[in-house]
Design a protein around this ligand. Structure first.
Ligand code: ATP
Length: 488
């Protein structure tokens, strides 16, 4: 089994095959921003759709939401992002490279996991043994300083009444802010979840790992609200459920693991947190986070109840976020708008939250890298992407064996029928072997070939990408064959 062992191999495969390009490349590129090409956009749409199907469509206890990216500034005061969302950074005096303090290791080849700023702060006191990941110099670092991660922008036409807003650094807060709306406008009852997929923005310090860490990225987040006391059970439940999602879609188990956070890695309000990690085969060959699953207790909903109480102070201070302090918690917070009244138990509480928070770009990259393979057919090397049918950018190709004898006509008719249901591809150029190879490289799981026999008995050849098996199928059953394979 062949694997991509270098990041530059992945980058060049993605560019060559039209998965991912550098943003603004004709202008020399824009660091850490990427564009999805014709195959990449389909892969990413399929990853999103698979997440939505599993997290919303298939579940009676989850509803969807799509919030605006720009939100009231107090949202970020209440969530803690406005005051605390920063990385500590330091610069190597020898080579001038800027690094996150929590990413520095004591050996050049050691992988340092992400830790909260408070822990990084403790580490920051002693950088004498830390190694620069760029030039290898030991302990040559400047005094660490905080680097704010939220992008700011101005809303409003006039300088006088314009307001500073933030591009959201996560989608989760839009869900908390709509908790009451969803409760009032639907028939959901705790336990239930609200799910959302959307863009988030972070002015990341280090971004050199292709689409793994970018400043604009897409998240898929679920906030699952449950009764305090049942949270441990739901935390375990969502860990298993999310792990299975990745493996069901084809990620190899040996490349996937759950890593429970140590106590000192946990944010102060979190009761538990586990990362779903994928072993990317390049770089240090190390395990990297695809998703975090956290038990966030009742922290977020309670914080937003404090946020609402801060509104007057914010207006009184000229809508300047830096001049207001978050209001204290109402001693009667249990009666607040973000609480839930359980009719059966006649009890009121602020629900606990289990949050599986995944990255669409990171998982797309993992699915792509994991699917890559090379083998040999009749002594000829073949590059193949073994995507699961659900994720494959093109589901099937229709290929007339030759461009004559009525074959293109039958093929076009079949193609017109199939493309109404899912993405497929029509190709009548070049030798059939080359056309198969092209589809293998794009990860297309099935090819239907129309040949001389088709006219006689209305059958076509179906060729499977992975097993290379070829069998004949009646023209009328092609659509159903594909539906079965795609589970639709
Ligand atoms: P990291 O430690 O890698 O910076 P994080 O712990 O800050 O990630 P979360 O805040 O838990 O990440 O975000 C949830 C998910 O969103 C991550 O698991 C990841 O898949 C995705 N994500 C977060 N930041 C980025 C980014 N800069 N680029 C791409 N995806 C990201």
């Amino acid at each position: 089994m062949a694997i991509l062992t270098r990041l530059d191999e992945v980058v060049s495969l993605c560019k060559r095959r039209g998965f991912i390009y550098q943003s603004s490349e004709i202008y020399g590129g824009l660091a850490s921003c990427y564009d999805y090409g014709p195959l990449g956009v389909e892969l990413k749409r399929n990853v999103r759709a698979a997440w939505w199907k599993s997290m919303v469509q298939m579940r009676d206890d989850v509803v969807g939401l799509d919030c605006s990216i720009l939100m009231h500034p107090l949202v970020w005061k209440a969530s803690g992002h406005a005051d605390k969302f920063a990385d500590l950074v330091t610069v190597c005096r020898k080579c001038n490279t800027r690094s996150r303090v929590d990413h520095l290791a004591s050996h050049a080849d050691e992988h340092a996991a992400h830790v909260p700023v408070e822990t990084a702060m403790k580490d920051a006191k002693d950088l004498t043994k830390k190694v620069c990941p760029s030039c290898g110099a030991v302990g040559q670092f400047t005094e660490p300083m905080a680097f704010k991660l939220m992008f700011e922008t101005q809303m409003g036409a006039n300088v006088d009444d314009s307001m500073t807003l933030f591009l959201r650094p996560e989608t989760a807060q839009g869900i908390f802010a709509n908790f009451r709306n969803v409760m009032d406008s639907t028939r959901v009852k705790v336990p239930f979840g609200i799910a959302q997929i959307g863009k988030s923005f972070r002015n990341e310090v280090t971004t050199k790992a292709f689409i793994f860490r970018t400043r604009e990225f897409e998240q898929a987040e679920l906030e699952f609200f449950c009764e305090p006391g049942t949270d441990d059970k739901w935390y375990e439940y969502w860990k298993d459920y999310r792990y299975k999602w990745y493996t069901d879609l084809g990620l190899k188990k040996e490349n996937l693991r759950l890593r429970e956070h140590d106590k000192d890695e946990l944010a102060h309000y979190a009761k538990g947190c586990v990362d779903v990690e994928y072993r990317f085969p390049f770089g240090q060959g190390d395990w990297q986070e695809l998703e975090g699953i956290a038990n966030r207790t009742d922290f977020d909903l309670r914080q937003h109840q404090r946020g609402i109480r801060t509104l007057n102070a914010w207006h009184e201070n000229g809508r300047d976020l830096s001049k207001v302090k978050l209001a204290d918690e109402d001693p009667e917070y249990l009666k607040g708008p973000l609480s839930f009244f359980d009719e059966e138990k006649k009890a009121r509480y602020v629900p606990y939250v289990i949050e599986p928070s995944a990255g669409i770009d990171r998982s797309s990259l993992a699915f792509l890298v994991d699917a890559y393979d090379e083998d040999e057919i009749n002594g000829e090397k073949r590059n193949v992407l073994r995507f699961s049918p659900a994720l494959a950018p093109i589901k099937c190709a229709v290929l007339p064996l030759v461009k004559k004898d009525g074959m293109p006509e039958i093929a076009t008719k079949l193609y017109d029928q199939l493309k109404r249901k899912f993405n497929c591809f029509y190709d009548e150029k070049s030798a059939i072997g080359r056309r198969y190879r092209r589809q293998d490289e794009a990860g297309t799981p099935y090819c239907f070939t129309i040949d001389g026999q088709t006219k006689e008995d209305q059958t076509v050849t179906v060729r499977e990408r992975d097993s290379l098996k070829q069998e004949r199928l009646h023209l009328d059953s092609v659509l159903q064959f594909m539906r079965d394979k795609l589970d639709m």
